[in-house]
Design a protein around this ligand. Structure first.
Ligand SMILES: NC(=O)c1ccc[n+]([C@@H]2O[C@H](COP(=O)([O-])OP(=O)(O)OC[C@H]3O[C@@H](n4cnc5c(N)ncnc54)[C@H](OP(=O)(O)O)[C@@H]3O)[C@@H](O)[C@H]2O)c1
Length: 334
């Protein structure tokens, strides 16, 4: 029987939380690479919070996925056939081919990955977009100095785990915020943060943050938004910095959260800046080199959360948006 492709398409736009009915899984003909194109068998698919935004109608910093289109996403895979001299069969590549088993991509949209240096999946995580987000957000916007205190939310996740470990490497006190005791224990015991606040444990999160940060907070790396950002605004130091990296707590909300403590930005002269990792695209190599060096030296620990099979990708994304992942969320395709 002829080999078929399999794809996950966007079937409808979510109203609030994503449900499995928002996706349709189909068999499709095998793609055929044209001139300048490369046929790739995807082996791993990255699931990322930004995908929720791409399911909405509204244009964000990039256009939405259209109904009936293959869901967007980065993959790592193997070249099966190349119509471009830059690639040959057997090369391992990073691709933008999305939620499907096979795809044909323009050669210039692919990047070769060095699997002798690190496992292929790391190029979707600590050596990929999330790791580089942590690197540039911290070094270009947060700019922590040795001896300062940094707090990061979603601290056990793909971006947050790297942020806190880099802050430790830079000589800072690193405090995480994460959901649940297991994640918090991991952040402190395995990743080496100085403390981690379990925001799901009840009680006054602000009060616990004050205890964990006796000298206040100099840099806050925001991955979550909503009520947590209001809580943080109350504990920031004068002339502190807030890196706005993500608002995952708001991605499924039907109404924007109404912030209550913005006056703290004025009173404390806080510098708060949004970031998108793509703005540093020309400098990705620099971040990958630095992160790979720290990994090789055993200074960066990393964990992954794996869903098996393309058909389970929708469940994986739904779980990620609910915080059910523990580490970088991936789908094993082959
Ligand atoms: N600006 C950029 O260029 C860029 C690039 C990459 C990622 N990001 C952003 O960075 C953030 C983290 O992304 P990631 O890929 O590293 O994901 P991740 O942290 O591995 O996974 C998402 C985590 O968010 C936390 N979360 C979910 N809902 C929450 C809620 N209501 N309140 C508090 N925490 C919640 C959960 O952790 P807990 O169980 O600990 O709550 C969940 O595990 C996201 O906001 C993402 O959009 C931005």
């Amino acid at each position: 029987m002829a080999r078929m492709n399999r794809q996950v398409l966007l079937a409808s736009r979510p109203q609030g939380w994503v449900v499995e009915d928002n996706f349709r899984i189909v068999d499709a003909p095998m793609p055929v690479p044209g001139p300048g194109e490369v046929l790739v068998r995807n082996e791993w698919l990255s699931l990322d919070p930004y995908m929720r935004g791409r399911m909405n109608e509204a244009k964000s910093y990039v256009p939405p996925v259209q109904i009936g289109e293959v869901m967007v996403g980065q993959t790592v895979g193997e070249v099966l056939e190349s119509q471009d001299p830059a690639f040959k069969a057997g090369d391992k590549v990073l691709s933008p081919l999305g939620w499907q088993l096979f795809g044909s991509a323009k050669a210039k949209s692919l990047r070769k990955i060095d699997v002798a240096r690190a496992p292929a999946t790391y190029y979707l995580g600590v050596l990929g977009m999330p790791g580089m987000t942590a690197w540039f957000g911290l070094s270009e916007i947060g700019k922590p100095k040795a001896g300062e205190t940094l707090v990061v939310s979603a601290a056990s996740g793909a971006v947050g785990s790297v942020v806190g470990q880099l802050a430790k490497i830079m000589g800072c006190r690193a405090v995480g915020i994460a959901g649940g005791k297991t994640k918090c224990d991991y952040v402190v015991d395995e990743l080496g943060f100085d403390a981690c606040i379990d925001y799901k444990a009840g009680g006054d999160v602000g009060e616990r943050l004050r205890k964990a940060c006796p000298n206040g907070v100099d840099v806050y790396f925001e991955n979550v938004g909503g009520a947590l950002l209001d809580t943080m605004l109350a504990v920031m130091n004068r002339f502190s910095r807030i890196v706005i990296c993500g608002f995952v707590a708001e991605y499924n909300a039907t109404e924007p959260y109404g912030y209550k403590r913005l006056r703290s930005i004025l009173v404390n002269r806080i510098r708060m800046q949004g970031m998108l990792v793509f703005d540093w695209e020309e400098r990705y190599g620099e971040a990958i080199e630095a992160l790979a060096k720290h990994l090789a030296a055993g200074k960066l620990k990393y964990r992954e959360s794996i869903v098996e099979g393309l058909d389970n990708a929708p469940k994986g994304l739904i779980g990620l948006l609910k915080g059910e992942n523990f580490g970088k969320q991936l789908v094993k395709l082959a």
